[in-house]
Design a binder for this molecule. Structure first.
Ligand code: AMP
Length: 130
């Protein structure tokens, strides 16, 4: 549809890009791995540090993950915090965000936290939408 947001319908785990990274079928620059989570550099970084943190198990978005597995949600956040420390972001701060669904601009439907830092990140949104 012309003018539509870059919205991609949810995919099954078998053809999910990030599941394929977890499986080692697609290369990624991994910065941290635990038994349940993976953190790797974004292929198109928007800040000096731009790392994606995912659960290895497929969940489409953060709402589904949080509802279905609060413990795994906490593990994703703990991995993000550990990467923030590894990358030297704790002093100056960072941003952690989950784009969700069409309005959130989500393009890959395997839940991922964007860890952004290494420079002042500016306002939360490009403009005031109210
Ligand atoms: P989102 O719009 O929140 O769904 O973000 C998806 C992110 O995945 C974007 O920032 C992309 O640059 C990133 N991305 C897409 N493909 C890859 C890949 N193969 N390796 C690392 N990051 C990727």
């Amino acid at each position: 549809m012309a003018g539509a947001l870059p919205y991609t319908a949810p995919v099954s785990p078998t053809d999910c890009l990030f599941c394929r990274i977890v499986a080692g079928e697609i290369p990624a620059t991994v910065v941290r791995e635990t038994g349940t989570t993976l953190a790797f550099r974004d292929i198109d970084p928007k800040a000096p540090v731009h790392v994606l943190v995912i659960p290895k198990e497929h969940y489409a978005d953060v709402a589904t993950l949080a509802q279905d597995d609060p413990g795994l949600t906490a593990e994703v956040l703990a991995t993000a915090a550990a990467v923030a420390e590894d990358e030297g972001l704790l002093g100056d701060g960072f941003r952690l965000m989950f784009n969700t669904g069409a309005y959130g601009g989500q393009e890959v439907f395997h839940v991922h936290a964007h860890l952004l830092g290494g420079a002042p990140l500016g306002p939360m949104l490009a403009g005031n939408l109210t």
